[in-house]
Write a protein of this length. Sequence first.
Length: 261
Amino acid sequence: MKKFQSGAALIVVLIFLVVITVIGTIAIRQSLVGLSVATNGQVQQLLSQNSDSAFFSTEDTKNLIQSLSGSGMFGYVSNANDKNKELVFCYRGDQADFFDIARANIMQWESGKAKPTNDLFGIDGYCDASQSSTNWFTSGRRAVMTQVSVKFSTVEELDPFYDRTRATDTKTGQVEETKRVKVFAVSLMPSLSSASSTDINTCLNSHMNEVTVPSDTTKPSISSGTAVKDNPLMSVTECLTSLSVPFTTQVSEYTIAQNFT
């Protein structure tokens, strides 16, 4: 009888242990899911804040005079022969000046080329995701980097009067033509991705945000087995998506015009 009671007690204890283990496992899994949700929310917040910071600096009146000058982020690529070129630089929150032409690059797809040209000024201006990099993180926690691209695009010029300023005579008034410019801000967190820094850097320094192939250039043929990062027809965002890198892309469009009051 005593042996039977001891055996029954052991079974009951084992059952309780199994139940406690199951409950504990469920609680841990729920905690991990909650942590993942919270982390995802924090990541999205950091990425959005860094992109917003870049746009706030772009629109800051203290930066506009320099931005519209010949060596500024707008003025440098505003000429007719600079259409569809992307002026690229890595936004740094610790810089005294928002934009430095000495740390910027031009990316363009030249006629007859099979891929964009990205090294007109070298490649020092692109963001660098490598762990050895000490200069390219906007976040104080060294988690987020933001690459900014400026482009006077011809993609939408088929729209009638797309860039005209009303009630302005551009001939008799000698007013400079209004221009539409796009600013792309790509914020990413390389540390949360399993992709190598080399592949991430390839997305940042070898792909355009808005791919514009010259009309007199035949688009390169891409085989089915070609990786996205090696496909020049893919945009920066498509490349980063293929690598599962946490990122956000924000695009602001501005019309630059002279107005007289």
